[in-house]
Design a protein around this ligand. Structure first.
Ligand code: SAM
Ligand code: FES
Length: 352
């Protein structure tokens, strides 16, 4: 192994600091020896804070209507081929009941930016879930809203909010989104959410069109400043009905390297091994855990709508029942020597 590589991993592991050059070195290697050294360092850091625990978050994709037109996304409003659906309150509650039976202690409500779900409706849903499952955490992932809306969701009982910033670089942001969306506003949303008291998750896709190593370094700088509780990353995967249909997919190898690097820089952060990573590589989620990831998000959406929440082509887990996904994921976690912990899995420093 290149001694420079080994020394860099050791240094980043101890200091949690990384330079632009060090980042490029760790991120781009394909050497088996080097990546194994990097992943082992990341595992050690993760185990120091979490042992061998992996937390599950039951994902309920409750609407695929969206008013936005992000160039990469399969449910963008211009995609006339997307078959649209919304779940009723009863359907959402029955997903939670199923998840509760399976031992899940977090429910993630994710959807496009769908004006049908007014603040009142969202608050009503959050209150219903918290009333029936008081020991479970509720995470929202419903896009950019006003400070006042976020505050209402928080007061209704929502605990966490996922909003990937997608890219911290404004110019790159404008290559991925239409002109009515801005990276600055998205970042402001994350700051608002944190100020209100949510545990927040930001993140990016790896390998989006025109993404450079410097862009990702800028993402790391942004995240160091933001100090999120969670960081969600997964490879970009093209969707056939989007402007990016002919763009190459992001790499699972780069994604796993980035997971490990993030673990070294953010030792206590909650880090999912995402479905997109499992789509890009059949063993992607296991590889993610072995590179320091400690969260998995099994799908709890009803089977009849799963095939419709298609952000990208080839998405896995669209045919299975929730119980099957649950079994499959627990097995996968155990296959690499880790154990699912049926707990809320809050950030260790988070006190509400
Ligand atoms: N509307 C909410 C929002 O904007 O945060 C949540 C839903 S959005 C579809 C969730 C995430 O999916 C996005 O933040 C994006 O990173 C990811 N995503 C969308 N299209 C993707 C693609 N083609 N490949 C991989 N990930 C994608
Ligand atoms: Fe809105 Fe993808 S464009 S969720």
């Amino acid at each position: 192994m290149d001694i420079r590589y080994k020394n860099t991993v050791d240094e980043v592991k101890i200091t949690s600091e990384i330079t632009r050059e060090q980042f490029a070195l760790l991120y781009n290697t394909d050497s088996k020896e080097e990546t194994e050294y990097l992943y082992e360092a990341a595992r050690e850091v993760a185990q120091k804070h979490y042992g061998k625990a992996v937390f599950l978050r039951g994902l309920i994709e409750f609407t695929n209507y969206c008013k936005n037109d992000c160039y990469y996304c399969g449910i963008r409003c211009s995609n006339k081929n997307a078959e649209r659906y919304r779940l009723s309150e009863e359907e959402i509650m029955s997903c939670c009941t199923e998840g509760d039976k399976l031992g899940f202690k977090t429910f993630v409500l994710q959807g496009g930016e769908d004006p049908y779900y007014t603040d009142e409706k969202i608050c009503e849903i959050v209150r219903m879930i918290k009333e029936k499952f008081p020991n479970a955490a509720v995470t929202l992932s419903i896009g950019e809203k006003s400070y006042e809306s976020y505050k209402k969701y928080y007061e209704a009982g929502a605990d966490r909010y996922l909003l990937r910033h997608e890219t911290a670089n404004e110019e790159h942001y404008s290559m991925l989104h239409p002109a009515n969306l801005s990276g600055a506003h998205r970042k402001q949303c994350l700051r608002d959410l944190k100020e209100i008291g949510f545990q927040i998750g930001c993140g990016i896709m790896v390998g989006t069109p025109k993404q450079t190593d410097d862009n990702i370094y800028e993402d790391i700088e942004f995240m160091k400043d933001l100090q999120p509780h969670m960081i969600g990353i997964g490879p970009f995967i093209a969707h056939k009905d989007t402007p990016f249909k002919d763009e190459p997919n992001g790499s699972a190898d780069r994604t796993v390297n980035l997971l490990a690097i993030l673990r070294l820089i953010f030792p206590k952060v909650l880090l999912p091994a995402t479905t997109a990573l499992g789509t890009a590589d059949a063993k992607g989620r296991e590889r993610g855990i072995l590179a320091g990831a400690n969260v998995i998000m099994p799908n709890l959406s009803p089977t009849n709508v799963r095939g419709k929440y298609l952000l990208y082509d080839g998405k896995i887990c669209t045919g299975e029942e929730a119980a099957e996904c649950n079994q499959c994921l627990r097995r996968r976690v155990e296959s690499v020597g880790y154990k699912v912990e049926d707990a809320r899995g809050d950030h260790p420093d988070f006190i509400k």
